[in-house]
Write a protein that binds this ligand. Structure first.
Ligand SMILES: [Zn+2]
Length: 108
């Protein structure tokens, strides 16, 4: 997988496999070493917290846990669905990620 077709932070993605299949969200963090991602509101796990100034009672909070990069696909805003990413070179020589289906540039 080339770096140009990798999923990046802030991408909108859809989970296409595993127990969270069908969920969509924004990529919060890419954990490159583990080929996994944190996706907003996806793969939530309950964590116990100790009392702090913010949570005086302590208790249980829900937090995202990583899911494998191969289980998600980027959402193309034009196709409005999860798509495969390709890459293309713009006129000024900059390589960008794009939707393989419609060619829409995914990089901002
Ligand atoms: Zn598209």
């Amino acid at each position: 997988m080339s770096t140009h077709t990798r999923i990046k932070k802030e991408d909108q993605v859809k989970v296409v496999a595993g127990k969270e299949k069908g969920k969509t969200g924004r990529v919060l963090r890419v954990i490159a070493k583990k080929n996994s991602l944190l996706v907003e509101k996806v793969n939530l796990v309950k964590r116990h917290t100790r009392p702090s100034s913010q949570h005086r009672q302590g208790g249980i909070i829900e937090k995202e846990s990583p899911i494998h990069i191969s289980n998600v696909m980027v959402i193309c805003t034009k196709c409005n669905t999860a798509v495969k990413m390709g890459s293309k070179t713009l006129e000024d020589g900059v390589k960008v990620r794009c939707c393989k289906k419609c060619g829409e540039v995914i990089d901002l």
